[in-house]
Design a protein around this ligand. Structure first.
Ligand SMILES: NC(=O)c1ccc[n+]([C@@H]2O[C@H](COP(=O)([O-])OP(=O)(O)OC[C@H]3O[C@@H](n4cnc5c(N)ncnc54)[C@H](O)[C@@H]3O)[C@@H](O)[C@H]2O)c1
Length: 356
């Protein structure tokens, strides 16, 4: 037996240039050329968004357009596989770049395809939903769903460029806008008391709110890029509930908007935090007032017409990635604007969801 050690390979992940501003989309082709040195690029877009914005964008990607099924339907291996086949048919080379356009689902699916194509080519994200502007387009997570749960097959593949233009929100449905507010409420309750205070009065300057959230996420991703130290895991505040409910509902082919499920997850996390003395009664009331102010689901039946009993949810919690040595790892608020990863018994957590 002989043993060798290969040195750790150089980090291939790219740094991310983030450009935020009204009308930033009008500079898309220029920004892509600048960032990727004139490399050929393709646009992988949510089909619905592409239809709405094609004329306005007026871009001519050298490698063409690759429309994806709108929304969550894009996040399957079948869609990623057909994208990869298209990439090879068209001759998308190692030097090329994939620009994704759409909500979190399009970014997750096309990002994964880019990470797999020829073992990985560069990407840029152009988020068009509020949720993807403040969260999904940043930090490099891409994944597809399995029958056993959400986001269970994926990788980290950092975009080299993210172009955030709030003008895209003009065509976003109201329910999807509220879904984005679910993730924004997560940043407020889990990470920023000043953001929580300002959201109590309403959204205010939306572009400024987006920028604040991007700043919070960027700091966390810089501190813990691959979710190894526990810092980045705090971004999962509200998400253990959300992923369990989304996966449970998917079995009945019901689509639960991700950010609304996160909104309910925040209520569950706040209730458990109250029980554990992590939130005072006043803080608990204030967190609920913020969630009410932005019309996030107050009860489980606001989110799912026929809510599941706790026993039906437990197996979906068990399938979540956030499990270490059999204990469910969850994030709970510690006061307003702070949060912590902790462990909890899965059936107690399921009961807290069912009681919500
Ligand atoms: N990678 C990450 O770090 C990360 C973080 C959070 C969420 N996610 C994932 O993101 C997904 C949710 O993202 P989402 O909320 O953007 O949903 P989505 O991508 O499913 O989009 C929701 C709907 O809005 C439409 N849409 C998007 N932009 C539009 C626009 N400008 N005008 C009109 N319609 C528009 C889409 O066609 C779709 O029907 C989930 O799959 C979630 O798991 C990923």
């Amino acid at each position: 037996v002989r043993e060798f050690q290969l040195p750790r390979p150089a980090q291939r992940d790219s740094a991310t240039r983030i450009v935020i501003g009204k009308s930033a989309r009008q500079q898309l082709a220029q920004l892509v050329d600048d960032t990727f040195g004139g490399a050929p690029w393709a646009l992988c877009a949510d089909g619905h968004v592409l239809q709405l914005w094609y004329d306005d964008l007026a871009v001519e990607p050298p490698l063409g357009f690759f429309p994806l099924p709108p929304g969550e339907a894009a996040k399957s291996f079948a869609v990623v596989e057909s994208l990869l086949e298209e990439f090879t048919r068209v001759g998308v080379g190692r030097d090329a770049c994939i620009v994704t356009l759409g909500g979190g689902a399009a970014g997750d699916a096309a990002g994964l395809a880019a990470a797999l194509h020829l073992r990985g080519i560069a990407t840029a994200n152009v988020p068009t939903s509020l949720l993807s502007m403040v969260d999904a387009s940043l930090g490099g997570k891409c994944a597809v769903n399995l029958a056993t749960g959400k986001n269970l097959a994926g990788t980290f593949w950092n975009p080299a460029l993210v172009v955030i233009d709030p003008d895209f929100l003009e065509t976003l449905a109201e329910v999807e806008f509220r879904s984005g507010l679910g993730e924004i409420a997560k940043y407020a309750l889990g990470f920023s008391q000043p953001l929580a205070d300002s959201l109590q009065q309403g959204v205010g300057d939306l572009a400024a709110v987006i920028e604040t959230c991007v700043g919070i996420k960027a700091d966390i991703v810089i501190a813990d890029p691959y979710e190894t130290s526990g810092t980045r895991a705090r971004l999962n505040l509200g998400h253990t509930t959300a992923h369990a409910l989304e996966a449970w509902a998917a079995d009945d082919e019901v689509l639960v908007p991700h950010g609304l499920a996160v909104g309910l997850g925040l209520r569950v996390a706040c209730n458990l935090a109250l029980e554990e003395g992590r939130l005072s009664q006043d803080e608990h009331s204030s967190a609920n007032a913020l969630l009410d102010r932005h019309q996030l689901p107050a009860t489980l039946s606001d989110l799912i017409a026929k809510p599941p009993p706790a026993a039906e949810l437990t197996p979906f919690l068990g399938r979540d990635k956030k499990i270490i040595a059999g204990e469910l790892r969850v994030v709970l608020p510690n006061g307003i604007g702070a949060s912590e990863v902790t462990t909890i018994d899965a059936s107690r957590f399921a009961q807290a969801i069912a009681n919500c």
